[in-house]
Design a protein around this ligand. Structure first.
Ligand SMILES: NC(=O)c1ccc[n+]([C@@H]2O[C@H](COP(=O)([O-])OP(=O)(O)OC[C@H]3O[C@@H](n4cnc5c(N)ncnc54)[C@H](OP(=O)(O)O)[C@@H]3O)[C@@H](O)[C@H]2O)c1
Length: 321
């Protein structure tokens, strides 16, 4: 299958490229400001922010069998600061890509977020009414609507939970950010009342590629891990996973402790049905997800000094591309 991955320089997009290559697909991997780092033999390119004409040329030149859109302005603070850019990246581009995919008869798989809900009554079903609390979430919901409006048949929206994984820079994912704090001598304050259901980047990537391959699934779906935990518990379990004592590294904090805190969703746990019963990919438990995490690049010496452990890099994680 000829597959185009947009947002291939990002956390998830990089794993989607790897999953697609493993499954024998011919991949074009597109970044925006960064060139994607890809396995040998994968073609790469860039799609500049706001370049809808470039998106059109790319799809009409290639006539792909499927497009996976893992691009987004995913930083919640950046979306608040520049709502127009957020709308362009999270609503307008997905809508145009979905129209183009529909036009050439390509499958379209688009990533959205559990944050379309306000967190007042999780676990959420994919049919529950969204109620986004911030610009990121509102523009992502706009993206879902634009994708479905372009043609429900042949398009999937996958609402993901927070993504755990390893990145080449060692500074993107939750455990990498925790390590950066700890290495800097900080105690990380984590919300004890916020419930999330993390997923691993490779597992979510497998789901995206499987959906790209399957002609009989379309609509809005939820995907995450099997286990919902508080952010505090997640931080504690990450510390323990690496042989570290959570006391002195993480501490619980409550929304009420922070004056002027913008509204934040409390419980964003999700039901994985019906997708979980329809795919070969299986939702992972948190222990399995944590087992796939590595000591982040740049934190090896700090971790060795703290634990006396050896940093083991799994070759198959291939962080160099
Ligand atoms: N990370 C999470 O925990 C999480 C949780 C739930 C849902 N999601 C969703 O999952 C998807 C993947 O997220 P991620 O964490 O992998 O994102 P990420 O690491 O921030 O990567 C975003 C990607 O989008 C590209 N991009 C940014 N602005 C763009 C624009 N205007 N036009 C075209 N490309 C643009 C970036 O390119 P450059 O870097 O080259 O500029 C990068 O490749 C997104 O839809 C996100 O909303 C993520």
């Amino acid at each position: 299958m000829r597959l185009v991955v947009i947002g291939a320089s990002g956390l998830l997009g990089r794993e989607v490229v790897r999953a697609a290559v493993r499954r024998g697909h011919a991949v074009l991997a597109l970044g925006c400001t960064r060139a994607p780092a890809v396995p040998p033999g994968v073609e790469t390119g860039r799609l500049a922010a706001g370049d809808l004409a470039g998106a059109e040329r790319m799809v009409l030149d290639r006539f792909p069998d499927a497009v996976v859109n893992a691009s987004a302005l995913s930083d919640v603070g950046a979306c608040e600061r520049d709502p127009a850019l957020a709308r362009q990246a999270n609503t307008e581009l997905p809508g145009r890509l979905a129209q183009l995919a529909h036009h050439v008869g390509a499958r379209f798989v688009h990533l959205s977020t559990d944050m379309v809900f306000d967190g007042t009554r999780g676990p959420y079903r994919s049919t529950d009414a969204p109620a986004p609390l911030n610009v990121y979430a509102r523009t992502k919901l706009g993206g879902e609507e634009a994708v479905m409006a372009a043609g429900r048949h042949g398009a999937c929206v996958v609402r993901s939970t927070p993504i755990l994984g390893n990145t080449p820079g060692g500074d993107r994912t939750p455990h990498e950010r925790l390590f950066l704090d700890w290495k800097a001598g900080k105690v990380t304050r984590l919300f004890a009342e916020e419930v999330r259901q993390p997923v691993s980047a490779p597992n979510l990537a497998d789901v995206c590629v499987e959906l790209a391959e399957r002609g009989n699934l379309s609509g809005i779906f939820h995907w995450g891990g099997r286990d919902a935990v508080t952010r505090l518990e997640l931080g504690q379990r990450i510390a323990r996973r690496f042989g570290l004592d959570p006391a002195g590294l993480v501490e619980g904090v409550s929304h009420a402790d922070i004056p002027g805190l913008p509204a934040r969703p409390r419980d964003l746990s999700v039901e994985l049905h019906p997708l979980s019963g329809k795919l070969r990919a299986r939702p992972q438990g948190l222990d399995e997800i944590l087992d796939g995490l590595e000591v982040p690049r740049g934190c090896e010496d700090w971790w060795r000094a703290r634990t006396g452990g050896d940093v083991v890099r799994r070759l198959e994680q291939g962080l160099d591309f």
